[in-house]
Write a protein that binds this ligand. Structure first.
Ligand code: 86X
Length: 530
């Protein structure tokens, strides 16, 4: 069907044809690994990926984020341009989370980007380890600032002095604020778009309560929202649990997280964190209140965040050799409609059918668009929108027009379905739900296949060498985790605890720690991680 059209206009050869992957980070290597078919597509459209996900994961990732038009590289290392295709995904997640936290009476606010050095030093202990990552402004124009100013790496020190001012009596509690903003951490380890960038977008929530019980409850409510972002929106399975003493946020009381896994690299990745800070920051910043009885109390605080890292995890988990694969719930274009005109066919009729299809879908709340560009062949457009990960493609050619139908092609499994015009909305809705679910199911199946339960050190080392995420009984002692890290240190990076799931299987009496041989206290996930 489309074969003939592909040959008709070769975008790669046309003088005025745009090259969507131009400027994509340097010269392209020849496609040596591709089979005959793939090579042809690449030559034909100029759109195929050079790198394969299973062969050269790191290069594949860089190629996908650029060619799918999520990211453009910038001339400062570790900084990336987030293009509209990225921002649309971020905005979908933002819409969900923002609506949910407002239901919890959490309000949005905005604090300044800059931190005075005095305030930053206020909580020395927690800043100390991070100090090398803090970026400073030292000049305005040509003159040195009298006092250099830090750029927020996180906003505890910016916000909490004002919490101290605003919280006086029990009626001022709870105080529940969130901000959507950027933060800067001048990382020195290898930067990766979305996953480790020097500036990133996030939301940071900072709340204060009169009682620990209220704080504890919120920690888990927020964590559940994070699980839903990953599982319901990004179609990525996560494990909910508590961080070890070594891995928790040092300034807080305890840290909970959702942990995802990237099968291709065998690495865990912290998806989002929800901390109970206890009263540690309240002590430092004097966040005190008078209770009903006139006694002095100290606030219990939480903080929680998720960032644009979520998008990187999505690319890594769902992407394939054709490019990005977007879960329908976060795709800014859920359905791309492509006219497939033929020489002697009723071209206007086909175009009208495309417009009508987009109108019906849009009317039904589906994010649909038609690609009417006349300087690209249908085949080029197929590759282009596959590269960009659009979940469903609708093709309309002469035969479809004659039969009052459209042809739908799924991005995730290439399945083709002819849909009668009068069943369009109903069936497209069903297919999008179906794609969302299959992406999750496939990711879960793959993730689960990478989890290995071990009981001994030898089994642990073997599983680690197979890039597994490891589930093991542990004594929960900090020195033992330090030791595990030391014993697994190598060029691939050390192994650490990821989390102890809230959902604990039975731990039979007498079970020993996989690493120390001491009595085990809990089941914990371990792995190399990002
Ligand atoms: C830890 C803790 C916490 C609010 C969250 O995880 C949720 C949102 N913040 C963040 N952290 C730092 O405290 C930190 C501090 C400095 Cl000064 C820095 F340069 C880097 C940091 N990175 C992480």
């Amino acid at each position: 069907m489309a074969g003939g059209d592909e040959k008709k206009s070769n975008a790669g050869g046309g003088g005025n044809a745009k090259k969507p992957n131009a400027g994509g980070g340097g010269a392209k290597k020849p496609n040596v690994s591709g089979g005959g078919k793939k090579k042809e597509v690449k030559k034909e459209t100029g759109l195929g990926l050079v790198n394969r996900k299973d062969e050269n994961f790191g290069e594949w990732y860089s190629e996908v984020v650029v060619n799918a038009e999520l990211i453009e590289y910038y001339d400062i290392s570790g900084c990336y341009i987030l293009r509209p295709w990225t921002m649309a995904i971020w905005e979908e997640m933002q819409k969900f989370f923002d609506t949910e936290i407002k239901k919890m009476d959490i309000q949005n606010c905005y604090f300044p980007l800059f931190v005075s050095p005095g305030v930053l030093q206020k909580e020395k202990d927690h800043v100390e380890g991070f100090a090398p990552e803090v970026a400073w402004v030292t000049k305005s124009g040509e003159s040195e600032l009298e006092v250099p100013i830090a750029i927020r790496p996180t906003s505890e020190t910016v916000m909490y002095p004002y919490y101290s001012k605003w919280i006086r009596g029990h009626r001022d509690l709870p105080l529940k604020l969130n901000q959507w903003c950027n933060v800067v951490r001048w990382e020195f380890s290898h930067p990766t778009p979305f996953i480790r960038s020097r500036e990133f977008l996030w939301q940071e929530g900072h709340t204060a309560f009169a009682t620990k019980a209220e704080a504890d409850e919120e920690v888990l409510d927020i964590l559940e929202l994070y699980r839903r972002i990953y599982e319901e929106y990004l179609a990525i399975p996560v494990l909910k649990g508590k961080k070890s003493e070594l891995e928790k946020f040092a300034g807080g009381l305890y840290t909970t997280s959702v942990e995802a896994f990237v099968p291709n690299t065998g690495r865990g990745i912290q998806g989002a964190t929800s901390h109970c800070l206890g009263q540690n920051f309240a002590k430092m910043f004097e966040i005190n209140f008078e209770n009903e009885k006139g006694e002095k109390g100290m606030a219990w605080q939480n903080s929680w965040a998720y960032s644009t890292r979520t998008i990187g995890v999505m690319v890594m988990v769902h992407g394939d050799d054709k490019g990005l694969v977007l879960p329908p719930k976060v795709a800014s274009v859920q359905v791309i409609v492509i006219p497939v005109p033929y020489k002697d066919a009723d071209t206007q009729g086909i175009y009208d059918a495309c417009s009508a299809t987009v109108a019906s879908l849009t009317e039904a709340g589906i994010r649909a668009k038609a690609d009417f560009r006349d300087n690209y062949s249908p085949g080029w457009k197929y590759s282009h929108w596959e590269l960009k990960g659009v979940p469903l493609r609708i093709e309309i050619g002469p035969k479809d027009l004659a039969n009052s139908q459209v042809r739908a092609v799924r991005r995730d499994n290439s399945a083709k379905t002819d849909i009668p015009r009068d069943k369009l909305v109903e069936q497209v809705k069903e297919m999008l739900d179906n794609i969302q679910q299959s992406l999750f199911d496939a990711a879960k199946q793959k993730r689960d296949a990478c989890i290995q339960t071990v009981k001994t050190w030898d089994e642990f080392v073997e599983a680690l060498s197979q890039r597994k995420m490891i589930f093991a009984p542990w004594c929960d002692e900090e020195e033992v985790e330090v030791d595990v890290k030391a014993r697994t240190k190598g060029e691939m990076g050390a192994c650490k605890s990821l989390c102890s799931p809230f959902d604990q299987p039975e731990l039979p009496e007498g079970t020993k720690c996989f690493a120390s041989g001491k009595p085990a206290k809990k089941w914990t996930y371990w792995g190399r991680s990002y």
